[in-house]
Design a protein around this ligand. Sequence first.
Ligand code: URA
Length: 199
Amino acid sequence: MDTDDYWDEEGLGVGGCEACPELVESRSRIVDGVGPADADLLFVGEAPGATEDERGEPFVGRSGDVLDEGLRAVGLARRDVRITNCVRCRPPDNRDPKTAERENCRGYLEREILAVDPELVITLGKVPAEHLLERSVAVTSEAGRIHELSIGERTQRLLVCVHPAATLYDPSQRETFNSALDAAAEYAGDGGQSTLGEF
Ligand code: URA
């Protein structure tokens, strides 16, 4: 995939990409990341759902409400952070994005990470964690841990977090979710100097 054809470096967005036929069919629009282009924290989800596809913004459905609430609980507002997804088009019937679709979109995500240059990338759920770390991830047990990720020549710190939707299906995940957000806020507040340390 040559991302140059569709990537708008200034707007950190994708215009008119048609790399994934099933997603082109199922999407109403491309849902780009939102939030400050120089945010300290960059959250990465899986793919837009129905509400995101309708409104053109990541995490604005029920999962988004949980994320907003979790951010508020650690003293952050949605406008303080950047939020994006592994793939920018809604998969049909809310299925997980296929590997090939994630790979088609990888270049856009990496370009967004490099441009924003956040203190920390926070993956929400299994799909983005495994996509970026390129290995299997046990999200609940790894939540709150910081890892290192190479993107080109850049070393990026990444924190694993459970998906906000998981807290709706299983309220016992709420504490894991909140403490991962707490760790992220503390890390950013310390300018990346947190003693959390594990990566
Ligand atoms: N909304 C998104 O934008 N991404 C997800 O992963 C889930 C809901």
